[in-house]
Structures are given as structure tokens and as C-alpha cells.
Design a protein. Sequence first.
Length: 144
Amino acid sequence: MNTAVNEVKSNLPEARVLLADDSPISQTATRFMLKHLGVEVDVAAHGRAAVELASERAYDLILMDCQMPIMDGYEATQAIRQQEQAPDAFGSVPRTPIVALSGKVMDGDREECLHYGMDDCLGKPFDLAHLQACLQRWLADSCE
């Protein structure tokens, strides 16, 4: 196995990621890569399901497809950000990094993702190396 992949596994032993994507093929491929990197993953098939899961448990990172039925990734991100602002019995909920998964990766598309409250954008299709770099960028601090 590639040593770079082994390094990511050792840096992220307790990471939990929510994958929100309506494509069964993308779900399967991304879940396989995440598990290969040693990350626990839950899957939501649309934005509303992602919002519900994010309200029920803490995630270290959310990978959010932008174009989904029922509720798209932009709306879901805004709903999650609103939940994070609402104080609960223990205070406010920590801000979870949300990375857009998008087939559109032009300069304006990235800014649109940031405008809706996402933190980064990962172009589709992506490979293991790109996903690994994303995990290193966003999860390294939360897993130390």
C-alpha cells in the first residue's frame, strides 16, 4: 500500500465524515475511498437527509454534492449553518467544515460554494489523491 495513504490513516484515526450525494455510483466510489483511508462514513442520498444526519451526530467533515433532489447542497449547507448558530443546552454547535462536491469547478463556481457557507470545493470526478489531500487539509486539526 502507498505510504502516503498510510500516513493519512495514522493522522486521522477517529475521523467521521458525512457524504451527501444522490448518485449511487459516486456514493459507492467515495465510500470505498474514505474507508480505504481509514475514515468512518455515513451517507445521505439528498440534502434534507444530510441536514437531519448533521443534526443527530457530530461530523468532522461533510462532503456535499451541490446538485441533489429534494434539497440541493447549497440549501442543505445553509440549513446546517443555521443549526450551528442555534444554541443548545451546551452552547453553540461547533462549525463543521463542508466541502462541495461539484462537476462545475470554474472560478465563479468555487465562489458560489463559499457564498452559501461551504468551506472548499472538490471537483468531480476526483481520485484518491485529491480526496486524501482534502482530508489532510480539513481534518488534520480536528484529529490531533
